[in-house]
Design a protein around this ligand. Structure first.
Ligand code: SF4
Length: 455
């Protein structure tokens, strides 16, 4: 059976018997791979070394064929990559078995790996979005200890949940998690809905997360595709459409839907994730020890370094931020941000945000503070910070004042005095936490100096 049978669909194929879970332990990694002879044009050592050294990937988006031969190759590859999403049944089964067997032998020991509890799986999936595994692990344990069930989470005050999330970033995830917990309690009597379709209707759960929960917790044959899986599939199946394009999305979901069919859909999905996390890395994929290298068209083409095709990114807009340190003895004034938008409902120093490169003037800052009910004078710069968010860059200037009068009548519950040495359980962004920490440490230095002076 060769890859030239491009139009053969899964339905047309003679169904092959897929091994049972117990058979998987006997599977070795060299399950007969598909015949790549019709598509391998260049597997010379130089082509292979290019595929495993992605340091040169800086110019991936500007890659152009250097010779007529290369141009022909690329045209040929582009042709082959089109309409290839109907996988040959033998190829599909062989790939699945090899990948699952590898996963079962090599998977990392992660706390959410050995549970079928949909709540715990959901929590891990939400925490892992845009966040590294090492960062997530202590949060996952703390969160589950505090809220061991959906009921416990639904009953907790949102502010407390946001505080528990503090430091993980992307706080909207925590808000939606809390909202979804309430829906599960109110509409499903606290039982996690056991189908992909129903899970997808919960707040904050998209196609990927629904696929992960349904397949891992309920063994439902549900595919998943995230950034890692886009990368793996674009390399494995030589998908040339750029990241973020509808074409890549469509092709990837079609392939994922075919790959997940069969027993152990949860293991197959986790195996794909594991492959992306440990082997098919964004930079320097370890192709030489990859369990599915025999199936990998990107590897065979020697073009792994150029896959997936990067999307053209716009530069993040720059925003100016001016923050005021208003002190009352050891305490510092924090304000709560609005319900929607950047850092929604988080606590931070009073001040203002403004798009553009022009720094916020002291007069504008003083005026903004008056709007909070604070009358200050003689601002002095305490420090400057740069902070990078997903969609914008912040240039932050922090000021202190020789004198500040707070009008108690205008201060609302959205203001709080906090001791920076002993921060209460408040939802703070990482940059606010950093600034407060530095203020606390400069206070400590100042006190130490004063004590030395008076000795
Ligand atoms: S799937 Fe395997 S062989 Fe292919 S690019 Fe990724 S690591 Fe390399």
């Amino acid at each position: 059976m060769t890859r030239t049978k491009k139009h053969r669909t899964v339905q047309q194929s003679t169904p092959l018997k897929e091994p049972t879970p117990s058979d998987l332990s006997n599977i070795v990694h060299d399950t007969t791979p598909p015949d790549l002879s019709d598509i391998v044009h260049d597997t010379t050592p130089s082509a292979l070394s290019e595929s495993i050294d992605t340091e040169q990937d800086q110019s991936a988006s500007q890659h152009h064929p250097h010779s007529e031969r290369e141009a022909q190759q690329e045209a040929s590859w582009a042709h082959l990559s089109q309409g290839r999403w109907n996988l040959d049944e033998a190829e599909r089964v062989g790939f699945r078995c090899t990948l699952i067997a590898w996963y079962r032998q090599q998977r990392r020991d992660l706390p959410w790996r050995d549970t079928k509890d949909p709540y715990a799986i959901w929590l891990s999936e939400i925490m892992l979005q845009q966040t590294r595994v090492e960062t997530v692990i202590p949060y996952y344990h703390r969160f589950l200890a505090r809220y061991p069930t959906v009921f416990a989470l639904a009953q907790a005050p949102l502010e407390e949940v946001l505080a528990m999330w503090s430091g993980l970033g992307y706080y909207r995830r925590a808000k939606l998690l809390h909202q979804a917990a309430k829906v599960i309690v109110e509409q499903h009597a606290g039982e996690f809905p056991p189908s992909h379709h129903a899970i997808l209707s919960l707040p904050g759960i998209g196609r990927y997360t629904a696929g992960a929960i349904a397949s891992i917790a309920f063994d439902e044959v549900a595919p998943l595709v995230d950034g890692n899986v886009f990368r793996i599939l674009s390399r494995l199946f030589y998908l040339l459409d750029p990241i973020g394009s509808k074409e890549l999305e469509r092709a990837s979901w079609q392939i994922a839907e075919q790959l997940v069919r069969g027993d152990l859909p949860g293991d197959l999905n986790q195996a794909l994730m594991e492959l992306g996390a440990t082997c098919c890395l964004p930079r320097k994929p370890t192709c030489l020890i990859c369990p599915v290298r025999s199936w990998c068209r990107g590897f065979a083409s020697g073009k792994v370094a150029f896959l997936p095709t990067p999307k053209r990114t716009k530069e993040s807009p720059l925003w100016q931020v001016a923050w005021a340190v208003v002190q009352k003895e050891q305490a510092i004034l924090l304000v709560q941000r609005p319900e929607k938008g950047l850092f929604a409902e988080m606590w931070e120093l009073p001040g203002l945000y403004q798009p553009g490169k022009t720094e916020i003037s002291e007069t504008t800052l003083l005026q903004a503070l008056q709007d909070f009910g604070l009358f200050a004078s003689s601002p002095q710069i305490l420090g400057r910070y740069r902070h990078l968010l997903t969609h914008r860059k912040l240039s932050i200037t922090v000021y202190s004042f020789s004198e500040v009068h707070a009008l108690p009548t205008t201060l609302t519950t959205h203001f709080r005095w906090v001791d920076p040495n002993n921060l209460p359980n408040l939802a703070l962004s990482s940059i606010t936490r950093r600034v407060l920490k530095e203020i606390a440490s400069s206070h400590a230095n100042l006190q130490a100096e004063e004590q030395r002076f008076h000795k």
